[in-house]
Design a protein around this ligand. Structure first.
Ligand code: ZN
Length: 61
C-alpha cells in the first residue's frame, strides 16, 4: 500500500505550496522564515528578522 501523499496547502505568507505533513515543522507555512515573518507582522516590536528587512517604517530617529 503506497504511502498517502501529504496534502498541500498554500503558505499563508508567500503563497507557495507546501506539504502539510508532520515532516513540515513550519506548517502551514513553507519555512521558518515565512512563519517568523508572518508572526513578525503581529510582534514586530520584539521579533525582528535581522536579515532581509532593510527598512522598517517608523524606525528612524
Ligand atoms: Zn512561505
Amino acid at each position: 500500500m503506497p504511502e498517502r501523499p501529504a496534502p498541500e496547502v498554500n503558505c499563508p505568507h508567500c503563497g507557495k505550496k507546501t506539504p502539510f505533513s508532520p515532516d513540515n515543522r513550519w506548517r502551514p507555512f513553507c519555512s521558518e522564515r515565512c512563519r517568523m515573518v508572518d508572526l513578525g507582522e503581529w510582534f514586530n516590536e520584539e521579533k525582528r528578522i535581522p536579515e532581509d528587512s532593510p527598512d522598517w517604517p517608523g524606525d528612524e530617529s
